[in-house]
Design a protein around this ligand. Structure first.
Ligand SMILES: [Zn+2]
Length: 101
């Protein structure tokens, strides 16, 4: 695995680990085949970020991989970006940056 990928993965692993809240009922509905930015297949990815997918003051949002998220949406939080982790059944579960209670 490329070093750049390892660094990106660790960045989001740390965010997931430090998140205090949980959203057990929140999952992503719909298929995500590829990263919206780099087209990396998402089926083997651990994390998916729903957040800004381009630079600039009013970026479009997308479902993106850890590498692209490090570039465009490294900060996770409500209104910034949401972090999803794929479970054993292939369901993307919200693990960080969800709506406040
Ligand atoms: Zn990507």
């Amino acid at each position: 695995m490329a070093r750049r990928y390892q660094i990106a993965l660790k960045h989001f692993k740390d965010i997931a680990a430090s998140e205090q809240k949980g959203w057990p009922d929140h999952q992503w509905h719909g298929e995500i085949e590829n990263c919206d930015v780099c087209s990396r297949p998402m089926k083997d990815e651990q994390f998916m970020i729903d957040g800004p997918a381009e630079a600039g003051p009013s970026p479009m949002w997308g479902n993106i991989c850890v590498i692209c998220a490090c570039k465009y949406s490294p900060k996770v939080g409500w209104g910034k970006a949401q972090l999803y982790e794929r479970d054993g059944d292939g369901i993307w579960r919200l693990v960080a940056g969800g709506p406040p209670a």
